[in-house]
Every structure is written in structure tokens, then in C-alpha cells.
Ligand binder design. Structure first.
Ligand SMILES: O=C(O)CCc1cccc(O)c1
Length: 430
């Protein structure tokens, strides 16, 4: 990607090639940023490589703060129509016995369910529909933002030149700011000169979205199977839609037959049963954070700035918080001459929060794979208390009113002791 930041250069560019903000990437974070800016009267051009919404299984959960952000973007009701409130998070042992349960309220501090399940392609479609109704937003699909690495050295607040290719023809745009919402393989990240800080997690998992009318043994929430041999995640995401995630060791991606075996603890699926694999993808889950999120007026958001495994459902939520945090500040600076230093608070506010969420996620992954003994149960209990991200532990205890951290510790200490007595395990594996 070519990003030139050259004060005064915009003056020589044709007016038609100038737009206040260019957004690279039309995933949920990019489109939400465009909608939030539009509602503040800021025009954007959104450049997207693909023609249609992303077809693979991705995010499935939004917390109550993200629901508030979607409302601010003008799609609150549309989202409510596709969302399904979840009752919470359960940690199950290898035999699917409930070890801990963390209920989520149907009305959290933000006035929305604390956890809502949804189908990402449906979210992307409704966001794009909303975008199509905003005259401030110009979505250009089939456009490849290209990289040649010219003139990236400056940290100036001058306009930014974005070069892209459409139908084999190179074009450019000048913008007062560029938002890189272009995902894990972000080209904008190169333009910012950012590298990854590795937060030490890398595992191969398969993620499967299924539609079936067959009975599925489930509750209306997320189940984490804490089984060192076969850690897994299961959740219901719609009337007849379910998501399973299984860690893969040195095995190939499961075919339908193997999937039926893996799913058997939840559903009997004899041959001929109504069972459709809507989407399946193999991912390497990683935990990483970009070492810088900004250069001049080029910013990184969402997966371009941070990568997390999905175990506490916070990947997309973090990106939506990025969009919300940055857009009002940018609007103030671009339209109301707010001090440029306001923009520095984007990274300083968002990065510690994103890092914390990733660390909790990694700890959850470790709790899922780290054994069945009492000490592991205690760790899971402490973690479960902390995984409500928006307000983290204190607010989580407050919101749910029924639990506080010391009670949880006691509860899980007792649970661990009972489990040890039942199973005869008396040594703590760490
Ligand atoms: O904490 C909750 O209420 C749900 C967490 C969650 C959401 C989506 C996927 C996942 O693995 C966990």
C-alpha cells in the first residue's frame, strides 16, 4: 500500500480525488466506522477487495456495549432482529458435566442483553444495507489497495495518499485520515510500520456452522469443553443454527463423517438426518497485538491491530470498540478543530483494553486445555468471573449481583475438592 503523508500535497490533487476519510476494508469494523462517521457528517470512501460479504465462519457474539455501538451506528433495531440473547457461559468437563456457569443478564448496564449471538454474514449484510442509505459513504468493492512503501517515514498530520487498483487501473485518493480495517493480513499495518507483539498462543482449530432440525442437547448459551484431549466450544446461534469449534492436533480437517462423531455428544445424527454444514473453516488461532496503531493520520482498527482466539467472544467486540473510540475523536478534529492530541488517546485507551482481553482469552484457552484437577477448576472459576470484558472483573461481579470474587474462589475451591474426592485426583497439575 502506498501511503504518502505530505503536507500541502493535497492542494495539487484534483478535488474529486479528495475525501475526508478513506476506510480500507468493508468488514463489520470498517462499515461501522463509516456509519458512525456519517452520523457526524464526515464523508468516507470505503475500499474493499471482495465484491460480497465474507462467507467464512467468523464472529458470533456481541456484548451489550457493542449493541450500544450498533445502535449509535443506526442499526440497533436491524441487529435486534437477527440477534439471539445468550444465557451465559458454561464450563463443562470432558464428560459434559457443568463445572461452572456464568449467567448473562437480558438487560446489562448498556440496556441490552449482556451476550447476543448472531451470524456474521447477516450482520455484514445489514451494515452494508445501512451504508447504501448514507450519502456520506461511498463503498467501492473489487478494489485492491496496493503496496509500494513510498513516503511512509513521516508522522505528519498532513493528508494521506492512498493508491489502489481497480480493473487493473491504478488510482489514488487523498484523505485527511485513513482507517485500516483490513484484517489480519492488513496492508495498512505495513504502511503504519507496525509489527506484531506475540502474546503466545497458536493452535489449529476447525470451526463449523451447522443447520439442522434434529434435536440438539443444548442450552441457550456458550459451552466451553474443558478437556485437555479434545477442547471444544459449542453454542446455539439461531433457531436451527449451531456453531462447533474443535481443536485439531496433527489430524486433517474433519470430513462430514468425522464431524458427526465429534458432534455426537450433543446430537444423534444418523445418516439421512437433516444436517447441513453451512460453513467450515480451519483457522490457526493466534494472540497478537500491533506494536503501534497509528502513524500520522493512518490508524489501525480491528484485526489489523489485534488478533485473539475466540474463547471469550471478544475478537469483533474489540474492533467495534476501536471504531467507536476513534470516530468521534476524528470527527471532532476534522470538523471542529479539536486538538490533534485527542487522536493520541485512541491507541493509549484502546491498546491496554485489547491486550487485557487477549490475555484473558489465552488464559481461557489454557483453562480449557489445562486439566481436570482442583487447581484447574479454581483457575476456571476465577477466569469465568473476569471474562465479562466491558467492565472487567469488578463490574462483572456487580452486574450479576449474585456472585463476587471471594465467593467464587470459595465455591471453586469446594468444587475442586469435591471433584478430587470423586475422581481420586489429589495432585494439582499446574
Ligand atoms: O461470556 C459470554 O457470555 C460468551 C462468551 C463467548 C462468546 C462467543 C464465543 C465464545 O467462545 C465465548
Amino acid at each position: 500500500m502506498t501511503v504518502d503523508q505530505t503536507a500541502g500535497a493535497r492542494d495539487t490533487a484534483p478535488r474529486s480525488a479528495f475525501v475526508p476519510v478513506v476506510i480500507v476494508g468493508a468488514g463489520p469494523v470498517g462499515v461501522t466506522a463509516a456509519l458512525l462517521l456519517a452520523r457526524r457528517g464526515v464523508r468516507t470512501v470505503v475500499l474493499e477487495r471482495h465484491h460480497d460479504v465474507y462467507p467464512l465462519p467468523r464472529a458470533v457474539a456481541a456484548d451489550d456495549e457493542v449493541r450500544r455501538i450498533l445502535q449509535a451506528a443506526g442499526v440497533g433495531e436491524e441487529f435486534a432482529a437477527i440477534a439471539r440473547p445468550a444465557r451465559g457461559l458454561r464450563l463443562l468437563d470432558a464428560r459434559h458435566r457443568v463445572m461452572a456457569e456464568f449467567p448473562r443478564a437480558t438487560q446489562g448496564a448498556h440496556g441490552f442483553p449482556q451476550t447476543s449471538m448472531f451470524d456474521q454474514p447477516e450482520l455484514e449484510r445489514l451494515l452494508r444495507d445501512a451504508l447504501a442509505h448514507r450519502p456520506e459513504c461511498d463503498l467501492r468493492t473489487g478494489v485492491e489497495v496496493v503496496g509500494a512503501g513510498v513516503g511512509v517515514g513521516q508522522d505528519s498530520n498532513g493528508p494521506v495518499r492512498v493508491t489502489f487498483r481497480r480493473d487493473g487501473v491504478e488510482e489514488h485518493l487523498w484523505a485527511d485520515a485513513v482507517l485500516g480495517c483490513d484484517g489480519a493480513g492488513s496492508l495498512t499495518r505495513d504502511a503504519v510500520g507496525a509489527g506484531w507483539q506475540d502474546l503466545r498462543f497458536e493452535e489449529r482449530w476447525t470451526v463449523v456452522d451447522v443447520r439442522t432440525s434434529a434435536p440438539v442437547r443444548s442450552w441457550e448459551g456458550v459451552e466451553q469443553i474443558c478437556d485437555p484431549d479434545r477442547p471444544a466450544t459449542f453454542m446455539r446461534i439461531g433457531e436451527d443454527r449451531y456453531r462447533w469449534e474443535f481443536r485439531l492436533r496433527d489430524e486433517p480437517e474433519p470430513d462430514h463423517e468425522r464431524l458427526r462423531e465429534l458432534i455426537a455428544p450433543w446430537a444423534d445424527l444418523p445418516y439421512g438426518a437433516d444436517f447441513e454444514v453451512v460453513r467450515q473453516a480451519q483457522y490457526t488461532f493466534r494472540a497478537r497485538i500491533a506494536d503501534r496503531w497509528r502513524r500520522g493520520r493512518v490508524f489501525l482498527l480491528g484485526d489489523a491491530a489485534h488478533l485473539t482466539p475466540p474463547f471469550i467472544g471478544q475478537g469483533l467486540c474489540a474492533g467495534m470498540r476501536d471504531a467507536h473510540n476513534l470516530t468521534w475523536k476524528l470527527a471532532r478534529v476534522l470538523q471542529q478543530d479539536a486538538d490533534e492530541r485527542l487522536l493520541e488517546t485512541y491507541e493509549s485507551e484502546r491498546k491496554p483494553h485489547a491486550r487485557h482481553a487477549i490475555r484473558l482469552t489465552v488464559a481461557m484457552g489454557w483453562a480449557m486445555t489445562g486439566g481436570q484437577d482442583g487447581a484447574a477448576a479454581l483457575r476456571r472459576g476465577l477466569l469465568g468471573a473476569a471474562v465479562r470484558i466491558p467492565g472487567l472483573t469488578a463490574a462483572a461481579a456487580r452486574d450479576r449481583a449474585t456472585v463476587d470474587a471471594p465467593e467464587l474462589i470459595d465455591h471453586y475451591a469446594r468444587l475442586g475438592a469435591a471433584h478430587r474426592a470423586r475422581t481420586g485426583i489429589d495432585r494439582a497439575r499446574s
